[in-house]
Design a protein around this ligand. Structure first.
Ligand SMILES: Nc1ncnc2c1ncn2[C@@H]1O[C@H](COP(=O)(O)OP(=O)(O)OP(=O)(O)O)[C@@H](O)[C@H]1O
Ligand SMILES: O=P(O)(O)OC[C@H]1O[C@H](OP(=O)(O)OP(=O)(O)O)[C@H](O)[C@@H]1O
Length: 216
């Protein structure tokens, strides 16, 4: 039997991803060691391999088949635009992609004026405003602390993730429009879904059952 390889996003989603897999009997003890510098972990019994990578790289590993299965946020899937199958909403890591800014920016969005939009997610931001043909926007790519942009005058608004809303509140900003809801998703390589159909379907069935029970 060949190994089934999982690419998991490190960071915020990692802990819950590992906990979810553990609940359906997919474990890898070695991976839990916080001091390990190892990058890939093997469960010989299950014939499975696991690695954690930067979230934005998960869709790349899965598209090329270096991983059969990936777990990553919907935001990353949309931004990376890779060829893969999104097979399941895992129901954790819930947040929203929003257009945010100071309350005064509301008027600019209504008036269809030219606006500058700062974001870590230039593709999502561009797609969102492209659908509004009447508004011209300049997208400015940032790599973090995006809320700074309207405060220091880099942009009028931002497109960013909002979870609790604390970052916005503490910086005098608010949600102006919602782009889409987000959560962690399972993605599968297109060839693997055919070649490893049985094993992947069993995994999806187990996860579905678990998620349904948890939501009861
Ligand atoms: N409050 C939140 N802020 C950001 N991402 C969140 C939040 N809640 C859930 N998520 C999910 O977690 C993922 C981000 O995880 P993480 O914060 O580890 O990465 P990151 O900050 O984008 O990475 P990096 O620090 O490498 O830029 C997002 O892709 C999103 O799907
Ligand atoms: O609504 P909240 O609960 O405040 O969460 C949202 C904030 O968290 C994320 O930033 P992160 O901590 O990943 O830092 P970054 O901005 O440097 O990416 C996101 O980009 C928002 O800034």
């Amino acid at each position: 039997m060949r190994y089934l390889t999982f690419a998991l996003a490190k960071g915020r989603l990692a802990k819950k991803t590992l906990a979810l897999l553990e609940q359906i009997g997919i474990t890898c003890e070695e991976m839990k060691d916080p001091d390990t510098r190892k990058l890939i972990f093997v469960n010989e019994e299950l014939k499975m391999k696991f690695f954690l990578s930067k979230a934005t790289d998960v869709p790349t590993y899965v598209e090329y088949g270096a991983a059969d299965i990936g777990v990553v946020g919907k935001d990353t899937i949309l931004e990376e635009g890779r060829n893969l199958y999104e097979v399941m909403d895992l129901g954790f890591g819930k947040c929203r992609m929003c257009v945010c800014g100071p309350a005064s920016a509301r008027e600019l969005l209504k008036k269809n004026e030219i606006i500058r939009v700062a974001s870590k997610y230039p593709v999502i931001a561009k797609d969102y405003f492209n659908n509004r043909k009447h508004q011209t926007v300049e997208i400015i790519k940032l790599n973090g602390s995006v809320e700074l942009a309207p405060i220091v005058g880099l942009s009028e608004v931002i497109v960013d993730i909002v979870e609790t809303g604390s970052t916005l509140r503490e910086n005098g900003l608010e949600v102006l429009e919602e782009v889409c809801p987000l959560s962690a998703r399972m993605v599968v390589n297109q060839v693997s879904l055919k070649m490893e159909n049985e094993r992947i379907h069993k995994l999806l069935e187990d996860l579905n059952r678990l998620i349904k029970e948890e939501n009861k």
